[in-house]
Design a protein around this ligand. Sequence first.
Ligand code: NAX
Length: 328
Amino acid sequence: TRTPVNVTVTGAAGQIGYALLFRIASGHLLGPDVPVRLRLLEIPQAVKAAEGTAMELDDCAFPLLSGIDITDDAKTAFDGVNIALLVGARPRTKGMERGDLLEANGGIFKPQGEAINAGAADDVRVLVVGNPANTNALIAQQHAPDVPAERFTAMTRLDHNRALSQLAKKLGVTVSDIKKLTIWGNHSATQYPDLFHAEVNGQVAAQAVNDQDWLENTFIPTVAKRGAAIIEARGASSAASAANAAIDHVYSWVNGTPEGDWTSAAVVSDGSYGVPEGLISSFPVVAKDGRYEIVQGLEIDDFSRARIDASVAELVEERDAVKALGLI
Ligand code: NAX
């Protein structure tokens, strides 16, 4: 029997946590033959709710779940962690300026980065879901100097999946007919879902669509503003789809992407495609041997260039703001 993999989930009592934990425990995160041990990190006021979720996890009698620990202490939560899912974050509330939001999140992701640095397993992989995800990941990464920077990632897989689904609908194909779709930049309204490198049954997706107006004025804004549309319809933000995307992100990272395809993830830039080195920005990535690698050598036309640059400029501003606040 295999040693259980330690999976830490922060914000475990939140709505994404509730959608995520049962799928991790049932084997969807790592595979149907990998036992997991869960560590739930919450703030003190929400520990009781996390305990309630843990009771339900017990009641599922999942064969792969070898234990659950609940804590409000980051050091304890990340001790020996192999997979860290950083979901808990400080949401923007009414009247809050961007600086306040970044500062509040710095107060969460700095100590979590330090705790990962101090106690994580050598193979630790970190996925940040909590917003602003790219910059929160950057803050945590900067406070974990002993962990290879490439182990810190942020989630744009939900945006990727949303784009797949919108495109499949438009063309009357299934999502499995679509390959090589990319989300570039920030997980925010400036993100750029790219159809110029995507393929639909072998044809360039933008050509298959053959409708620049739809691409520019319907597709891109629908994908970029989907989160707001879900809130409007559901009265609560995306939860099950966000949890599903987190599962997809980690599953691909560990088990690899299929030959002839790639996916999207926000990873530390090596300077590719003019994205400043060190920024955590979304790219086309393949996963091989347990590592995400940026797909190289794509030609970027003027339309895509302008969109990528705009989203990257926003990431640069966020990075400069957290630098000015002394958070990195
Ligand atoms: P909830 O407000 O339901 O849950 C957040 C939980 O985090 C709460 O239980 C809270 O007590 C906990 N928490 C706060 N500070 C913490 C800390 N320091 N340590 C541990 N836990 C802490 O939010 P939910 O709907 O679950 O969303 C979680 C985050 O995901 C939000 O920041 C949200 O904006 C973000 N999202 C990111 C997405 C992405 O694609 N990257 C999409 C979905 C989602 O909007």
